[in-house]
Every structure is written in structure tokens, then in C-alpha cells.
Design a protein around this ligand. Structure first.
Ligand SMILES: *[C@@H]1O[C@H](CO)[C@@H](O)[C@H](O)[C@H]1NC(C)=O
Ligand SMILES: *[C@@H]1O[C@H](CO)[C@@H](O)[C@H](O)[C@H]1NC(C)=O
Length: 231
């Protein structure tokens, strides 16, 4: 009786082993369906990989063409002119010149750097966690890849979103030379908030505060002058 059971179990395991081997061989021989390259998409630039193993080469719209399309859009132009108006005020006040070396932190798609270039600045750098070549390079605003004091002017409209505002401001002040300017545009606020924000700028003094409209929103713009020694 026990011998019979043992024999039967042996047979069963042999059968399962064979089935398993056959399935494995089939799996090895067959290309997974998800990896079969799909027929050529009709619009190459709208083709996204369907799975992580999609190995068909992705075709991109050439960067220059893509940029030209984005930059000619109405939304882009209106934001750009909003930044230009904003920076022109600083130029009129004498804080910006053509030779001013400017840095835009958390520059997004690059409206601010483009506006600064358009009003005549020859040397403008934009940085953001995600790059938008050629206007914005990839860098962490909390850890700028620049030497101390290499800029004359640093601007951000995104201090409020910074993970570590202290560190963000520290890097702004570090990379701007003594006597240079740091500018932040924040949501419109009154004197108490301005004082709170200025506490982040341990090496600078408030020089100019103004309520402005930027990108269609009411903002308060605060301009700091970086001092020679900590105040
Ligand atoms: C600044 O640059 C702009 C554009 O390049 C030019 O039109 C303007 O004359 C320059 N301004 C000065 C003061 O050099
Ligand atoms: C900006 O507007 C706020 C009210 O939203 C006001 O309290 C503040 O004084 C204004 N600042 C300036 C510089 O006009």
C-alpha cells in the first residue's frame, strides 16, 4: 500500500517536472509581447514607451524646434513680458546693468532668465532641479555648483517652495559678491512678513520693497544688498 502511494507520488512529480520544464523552455524561446516593437507611430514625437522594456528608439522633436514652438506661445510671451517689466524696474533703479552677472534660482522653464537676457544682460544663468536647455541648467538651489561671489544679482520667485529656505538663502548670499543684490518675489505681504523673510538673509540688508504684479499675481518684491560682513 505505502509502496504504491510512493510510486504514484513519484510519477506525479515527474509529470509536474516535465510540464515545468516545457513551460520554461517556451518562456525562454518566446519574446515577451511587451517587448515587440510596435508599428511605427504616426506622430513620432507623441510616442511614449509602452513599457520599460520597449527598446525601439524614441524620436524626439529637435530641441530648437521644440523651444521655438514653446517660446512662440501666447502663454510664454505673456509671462515673459511680465518678468521683463519686473526687471526693467530694477534696471531703471540702477540695480541691473548690461554687464550684471545674474543668477535665477528655481527658474522653472526659463521665463526669468530669458527676460533678463532680453533687457540686455549678457551673462544670465538659470538653474532648476529639472533643466530646460538652453535657458535653465540642472542644479540644486540648496547646493549651487558655483564659487563664492561670482554673481552680481540673484533672483528667485520660489523661496516659499524651498525645502530648506535657510539653506536656499545661504547659497544665494554665498554666490553673490559683496555689494551685489539678492531679490525675492513672494506672495504679497506686509511689513511683518517682510521682516520675517529678511531674517533668512543674514548677510544682507533690505534695500527695496515693492508690491508688483508678476505672472498675473500680486507679489511683494524684496531686494537685498549683500554686505561685506555678517550684520
Ligand atoms: C544694453 O544692451 C542692449 C541690448 O543688447 C542695448 O540695446 C543697450 O544699448 C545696452 N545698454 C547700454 C547702456 O549699453
Ligand atoms: C503691499 O501690500 C500689503 C497689503 O497686501 C501692504 O500691507 C504693504 O504695506 C504693501 N507694501 C508696499 C511696499 O507697498
Amino acid at each position: 500500500m505505502e509502496k504504491n502511494v510512493e510510486k504514484m507520488l513519484n510519477k506525479v512529480s515527474v509529470v509536474f517536472l516535465s510540464i515545468g520544464t516545457v513551460i520554461m523552455v517556451i518562456m525562454i524561446l518566446q519574446t515577451p509581447k511587451t517587448c515587440i516593437s510596435p508599428e511605427a507611430p504616426s506622430k513620432p514625437h507623441t510616442h511614449f514607451p509602452r513599457s520599460t522594456c520597449d527598446s525601439s528608439p524614441r524620436q524626439h522633436l529637435p530641441l530648437a524646434k521644440k523651444n521655438a514652438r514653446v517660446w512662440s506661445s501666447k502663454a510664454w510671451k505673456s509671462r515673459l513680458s511680465s518678468f521683463s517689466d519686473y526687471f526693467l524696474r530694477f534696471r531703471d533703479l540702477g540695480f541691473l546693468q548690461n554687464h550684471t552677472k545674474a543668477l535665477c534660482l528655481s527658474a522653472g522653464a526659463g521665463h526669468a532668465p530669458m527676460a533678463l537676457s532680453q533687457i540686455g544682460l549678457a551673462d544670465v544663468t538659470g538653474i532648476e532641479l529639472v533643466d530646460s536647455i538652453p535657458l535653465v541648467k540642472r542644479a540644486d538651489p540648496h547646493n549651487l555648483p558655483f564659487f563664492d561671489g561670482v554673481f552680481d544679482f540673484a533672483f528667485t520667485a520660489h523661496l516659499a517652495e524651498a525645502l530648506f529656505p535657510w539653506r536656499f538663502v545661504e547659497e544665494m548670499e554665498r554666490t553673490v559678491r559683496h555689494g551685489g543684490f539678492c531679490v525675492v518675489a513672494v506672495d504679497e505681504c506686509g511689513g511683518d512678513d517682510v521682516r520675517d523673510i529678511s531674517k533668512f538673509f543674514t548677510k544682507s540688508k533690505v534695500v527695496d520693497v515693492a508690491n508688483v504684479t508678476l505672472e498675473g499675481s500680486k507679489r511683494t518684491s524684496i531686494l537685498f544688498k549683500v554686505q561685506d560682513s555678517p550684520t
